[in-house]
Design a protein around this ligand. Structure first.
Ligand code: FES
Length: 104
């Protein structure tokens, strides 16, 4: 699967990742700025906030994710997700996300 990150600056990064890799983990592994992932994917920090672009059907937001999405540094929008909760292969084939300007 491929993940494309659109930075707030307008820069774009695309990476190919193994199935089972979350949007958060893929960014950290590939040194892509704009995602912090402070809690390591435990749904406890909201520093992996992303805006999903386009018409991708993703699994429902869990209660834990929903709660943390209310704590994002930049505004929560209708397409907001936690990058650690959305996983390549399991939840999407290819995906494009916009990164918020701030994660904390
Ligand atoms: Fe902390 Fe996603 S990495 S909530």
């Amino acid at each position: 699967p491929k993940i494309t990150y659109h930075h707030a600056s307008g820069d774009v990064d695309t990476v190919e990742v193994p199935e089972g890799t979350s949007i958060m983990r893929a960014a950290l592994t590939n040194s892509i700025n704009g995602i912090v992932g402070e809690c390591g994917g435990q749904t406890m920090c909201a520093t992996c906030h992303v805006y999903v672009r386009g018409d991708v059907e993703l699994p429902e937001i869990s209660d834990d994710e929903d709660e943390m999405l209310d704590c994002t540094a930049d505004d929560r929008l209708g397409n907001s997700r936690l990058g650690c909760q959305v996983v390549a292969g399991r939840d999407f084939g290819d995906i494009e996300v916009s990164l918020p300007a701030n994660q904390s």
